[in-house]
Design a protein around this ligand. Structure first.
Ligand SMILES: *[C@@H]1O[C@H](CO)[C@@H](O)[C@H](O)[C@H]1NC(C)=O
Ligand SMILES: *[C@@H]1O[C@H](CO)[C@@H](O)[C@H](O)[C@H]1NC(C)=O
Length: 309
């Protein structure tokens, strides 16, 4: 298609009378020409003849190598490597692919002739206010409802009754409590939102286990530890019991944000260490500690459950 002569002088005058800025002219002409020819065009003043022409634009992925002349159409050329044009255009050169993916990003779309490079957050990160932030884990007691995506943080939900999540995780949903009865065992500690139901086959210390390592003693010691450590009691009481067991000095500072679930685990580990260090003596020391910690209700339950015969 050759250039078509236009009459910008007259149109310009009209536009000025309407109070429109000169650039409106280009848009108006473009709209008219586009509508007429079904192809994007732009007004161009021929260097030699000073005549206004209507040139074809160049399609995406190309640029104007040479504007149209009265007797020859616009010459378009493909964008060189690392350059692009996304739209129909009359640019004299293609744009440089200037998007650089950051440290926490990966390439979502490589630089191509028709579009700039695009980045998205790497796996494990999501975009927020122009930054890639790490997906947050769901703390114990909550499970992953929807895993994080490049555009959204992890979505957590409190574990509904009958389910639990014991760990901080970016992928684990809440799991159902195990069913002790179905496993042929006795329920030792009911499950909570942050720990599983704890089962045992201990039905009370056999008399012989006053001797260390007697038959069934090991299982019963484990059951006592579970029973005490995972009791539904306040953090304050947990700390008191711990201090009665190891002395105030050994506890160290309690992190203000340390949750009850972590305290329970700490207590559980401490009791397990004590059992392993001096097998067969845990019961006596534990009952004494419960008395010192002023937890008579728990002391009574432990006695009834594990030593009443
Ligand atoms: C546990 O299993 C037993 C027998 O298999 C069943 O009767 C009971 O309803 C189950 N309990 C729960 C809480 O699923
Ligand atoms: C109780 O369970 C332990 C392992 O958890 C097993 O070694 C022991 O034999 C079981 N005792 C009974 C009486 O089932």
């Amino acid at each position: 298609m050759g250039g078509r002569a236009a009459a910008p002088g007259r149109a310009m005058g009209t536009l000025e009378r309407w109070g429109l800025p000169p650039w409106a002219l280009a848009i108006l002409l473009l709209a008219l020409a586009t509508h007429a020819a079904g192809e994007l065009t732009y007004p161009w003043r021929d260097v030699e003849t000073q005549e206004w022409l209507t040139c074809s634009q160049c399609p995406p992925g190309t640029f104007v190598q040479r504007p149209c002349r009265r007797d020859s159409p616009t010459m378009c050329s493909a964008c060189p490597p690392r350059h692009y044009t996304q739209f129909w255009n009359y640019l004299e050169r293609c744009r440089y692919c200037n998007v650089i993916c950051g440290e926490r990003e990966e390439e979502a779309r490589p630089c191509q002739a028709t579009h700039n490079r695009a980045c998205r957050c790497r796996p494990g990160f999501f975009a927020h206010a122009g930054f890639c932030l790490e997906h947050a884990p769901c703390p114990p007691g909550t499970g992953v409802a929807v895993p994080g995506t490049p555009s959204q943080n992890t979505q957590c939900q409190p574990c509904p009754p009958g389910t639990f999540s014991a760990s901080s995780s970016r992928s684990e949903p809440c799991q159902p409590h195990r069913n002790c009865t179905a496993l042929g065992l006795v329920l030792n500690v009911p499950g909570s939102s942050s720990h599983d139901a704890l089962c045992t086959n201990c039905t009370g210390f056999p008399l012989s286990t006053m001797e260390p390592g007697g038959p069934g003693a090991e299982e019963c010691e484990r059951a006592v530890i579970d029973f005490v450590a995972f009791q539904d009691m306040s953090s304050k009481r947990l700390v008191r019991l711990w201090q009665a067991l190891v002395g105030p000095a050994a506890w160290g500072p309690v992190a203000p944000r340390e949750g009850r679930a972590e305290l329970q685990l700490r207590l559980w580990r401490q009791l397990t260490e004590m059992r392993d260090a001096r097998p067969g003596t845990l019961g006596v020391r534990l009952l004494q500690a419960l008395r010192e910690a002023r937890l008579p209700g728990l002391e009574r339950s432990v006695r009834t459950r594990f030593w009443a015969h």
